[in-house]
Design a protein around this ligand. Structure first.
Ligand code: HEM
Ligand code: NAG
Ligand code: NAG
Ligand code: NAG
Ligand code: NAG
Length: 359
């Protein structure tokens, strides 16, 4: 961890000159980035599951070697989890007899099935190593970070310690909290403002569309019956070939330049009027966000640094910490109120003293 190694560097230096120690400490905080909410910590699993992050990364390297497309699915899963009811793993919960869940809402119908399977497989691996200590919501956050890093994007430390929610979000809450692809910039900025995300966050986070795919139905409103005049004509004609009708079950890449690489080409696409959704292209059309798009298109490092900051911010929205929520034994269902069930799935969670010592 950046923070712990810089603390020891500080100790050694402080024997010599105290002023350079202070300098190192403040630099370390900047590089660890972003303020963090109460209850999360940069070193949360240091004692209880020190290998958690390396187990996840090692496994995801194998998964992506077979199919790099899964990285996009995992990144999007974290976004959906956080926007609806906070980053509490609610997106993973199966619906129940009591009504439709987040999973059954329209936007979720295009979440990849494999993403859910990968998350629960990671959970099983981590719980085998450490017991039921690491939450599903943290695993989703780590997997999203690793998806970005292993696709060529920025790598960054994550504050951890999220707990899993006890309730799934309704299908209506999902629609009310996510952003539809036909949204304009006003809609996006207003909705993100309700989550304390500003226009720079909006433009940076939309850069997640530098990887992954989309189904025809998500953008054919820009092709039929009338073609969106803000869309490049050659680009539109190619989309029409793949999507001759809005219900064609085909998919296209979101970033035509480098579809599987996490880079800043998404913004170059926008400047060439090759953004796939209205929500993408309007960020370049709208005066309030246009210069941010341009700045990311010409400076990849600027985008990477901002993306990491915005992801850390998004990843802390309405998190449950401390004794709130639980650590699920199965990411798809909340823990049954049954001690022998929990004992039968995995070792029991470490004692309260065990994890509270992490703060
Ligand atoms: C501004 C709001 C956003 C809108 C309107 C939006 C909309 C969409 C839509 C409609 C799709 C395609 C679904 C399909 O047809 O298969 C999609 C895919 C995707 N989105 Fe977003 N999204 C937004 C923000 C984000 C954010 C913040 C991230 C992550 C940081 C993200 C990451 C992704 C990824 C990686 C995919 C590809 C998924 C895959 O290949 O399975 N999106 N998004
Ligand atoms: C943006 O979309 C909203 C509806 O969501 C609409 O009322 C508004 O007129 C649109 N603004 C512009 C500038 O197109
Ligand atoms: C988790 O729960 C789901 C839903 O009940 C079930 O289908 C699945 O087999 C469970 N997974 C494990 C690893 O027990
Ligand atoms: C508790 O879990 C055990 C082990 O899975 C199961 O055999 C038992 O039926 C469960 N009891 C209740 C009351 O759900
Ligand atoms: C990818 C995924 O899990 N999607 C779910 C969305 O909701 C439907 C209906 O419940 C589920 O069957 C899907 O599995």
């Amino acid at each position: 961890m950046a923070s712990s190694s810089s603390v020891s560097a500080c100790f050694i230096v402080s024997l010599v000159v105290i002023s350079s120690c202070l300098l190192i400490v403040s630099e370390a905080k900047t590089s660890a980035a972003a303020p963090i909410v109460n209850g999360l910590s940069w070193t949360f699993y240091k004692k209880s599951c020190p290998k958690a992050e390396s187990i996840i990364r090692t496994q995801l390297k194998k998964v992506f070697k077979k199919d790099i497309g899964q990285a996009a699915g995992l990144l999007r899963l974290h976004f959906h989890d956080c926007f609806v009811q906070g980053c509490d793993g609610s997106v993973l919960l199966d619906g129940s007899a009591s009504g439709p869940s987040e999973q059954e809402a329209i936007p979720n119908l295009t979440l990849r099935k494999e993403a859910f399977e990968i998350i629960d497989d990671l959970r099983e691996r981590v719980h085998k190593a450490c017991g039921r200590v690491v939450s599903c919501s943290d695993i989703v956050a780590i997997a999203a970070r690793d998806s970005v890093a292993l696709s060529g994007g920025p790598d960054y430390e994550l504050p951890l310690g999220r707990r899993d929610g006890l309730t799934f979000a309704t299908a209506q809450a999902t629609i009310d909290n996510l952003v539809p692809p036909d949204a304009n910039t006003t809609f996006i900025l207003n909705r993100l403002a309700t989550k304390n995300l500003d226009k720079t966050d909006a433009v940076a986070l939309s850069g997640g569309h530098t990887i992954g795919i989309s189904h025809c139905s998500s953008f054919t409103d820009r092709l039929y019956p009338t073609q969106d005049p803000t869309m490049d004509k050659t680009f539109a004609n190619n989309l029409k070939k793949t999507c001759p009708a809005s219900d064609t079950p085909n998919t296209v890449f979101q970033d035509i330049r480098t579809p599987n690489v996490f880079d800043n080409k998404y913004y170059v696409d926008l400047m060439n009027r090759q953004g796939l959704f209205t929500s993408d292209q309007d960020l370049y059309t709208d005066k309030r966000t246009r210069d941010i798009v341009k700045s990311f298109a010409v400076d990849e490092k600027l985008f990477f640094d901002q993306f990491a900051l915005s992801m850390i911010k998004m990843g802390q929205m309405s998190v449950l910490t401390g004794t709130l929520g639980e650590v699920r034994a199965n990411c798809s269902i909340r823990n049954p109120d049954n001690k022998s069930y929990l004992a039968s799935v995995v070792d029991d969670e470490v004692t309260d003293e065990g994890w509270s010592a992490e703060f």
